[in-house]
Ligand binder design. Sequence first.
Ligand SMILES: [Zn+2]
Ligand SMILES: [Zn+2]
Ligand SMILES: [Zn+2]
Length: 488
Amino acid sequence: MRADPLLPLYREQHDARAGQDRLELLTALIGGPAFDPLLRAEVIRFPARHPVFGWACLVAGCERARGNRPQMCSVHYEQWRQAQARGEGMAAFLAGAQPLGTSVWTQQVPCRICPGRPATHTISRLCNRHNMRWWRRQREEGQQASFEDWLASQVPLDEYGRCQVAVCPDLAATPLGLCAGHDSRYQTHGRPGGAQLPPSWSRTYEVRGLPVPVTCRDQARFGAWCAAQPPVPWPGQLILTGLAPLAAAEIRWCLFAHTKRQRHTRWDTAWVQALASTCRAGGTVSLTELDLSSCTTMAAMVAREMLHDLRLAYFTPEGSKDAGFIETSHFGVRFPDRGSHFDLTGISQRWLRDLLWDYLAGMLSDPGCPRTGGTFDAFRRAAAELGAFLAVDAPAGGCDPRAADRRAHPAVRSRPAAARTRGPAVTGHATSGRQTVGRHHDHQGHHLQPCPQAAALGTGHRRSRAGRAAPGVHHLDARGRPEPGPQA
Ligand SMILES: [Zn+2]
Ligand SMILES: [Zn+2]
Ligand SMILES: [Zn+2]
């Protein structure tokens, strides 16, 4: 009953055709008109105020990213903590908070003069060279210096090309060929391969219009480092470049499914990126074969949720019945605070499991469907208990519903009087089951009056001790199918 709900995915992967079928299925879904085109891109950039993957500070107009703080930038988060300590509420704090401008880059922005060079200063939005030139102009002319006039006199400088890190879409910041983020990481990693620029390369070469010589001790090692690096973690950015097609499609589909949930957990794009990077590094073909222990804690959390969504996509309702579980989401139902998945593999008799599946599916399709998952739990428990009894006492472990019939199974007639006087027990789905489960409970010391929903597993009628028909439990015919009720 507590089987890992992800197990069906793993069981299925032994099917050699599964991978291709799954890719075709997801490709069709992703290509469908309802799919969000934003999620089809190789480099996905969520808007700062995206309803699900937004990354902007909660304070209206604040241009800073949340970073690791929940909901707010670090400055506002600190102010909020102080306000909280004074007893202020969130609404009052947000109403009074002053928005802040950009202080650090939230994505790479080109220099306002050179389209091929990244800006390095958030206020002037100029590359290093132009920023230096503007600084000199200000030093010479002081307050008289006009930025607009100076801007009009400038021409774009040559670009350094794209960052050499395979998955990085950013511009290189220096002739070394790395963006600022990867250049800093290269330094931290001890410069594998020894790629480097000469000291004072800008003054010595570039300013004089000379080509900048780049030296590299071990080009292959530098290339391997560039090939293996994950992207720079910009807020709201997710790069799926280099992933196996199925893994990339799975992540895209799951991002979409996440946006469609009425209530969703927080998925920081950095966590999803960490998951994608783990898949890329390990050559993972599908999330269903990913070793979750190789992921960071948050990436594993995201992966588990994604696998639940994939199970919904990969299994049809009929397939789920075959595999021994039911997904309430297949019927457009989610019970409060519950997942979609109800594992039924704890019921060892296939006929009984299928019977329960049909009944639960009928309930899910009915406008009068229960409002909580507790009802489903009770039905499942009842069926499992009946199954457990049949497994022990019925011929052939109760796997043949004909053999589980009371007329063919003397054990059921020996149900203790005490149990009978307490009324029908958990179920009476099989003619034998209604009584025998009561006995089973009696022996086990369990409660003999489970919830009425549990007794209503069937679709027929329950005969009370007085012989009247009562709604609830149905009877099975010799083939394990419901018998018509006495009035039918
Ligand atoms: Zn803020
Ligand atoms: Zn520039
Ligand atoms: Zn880069």
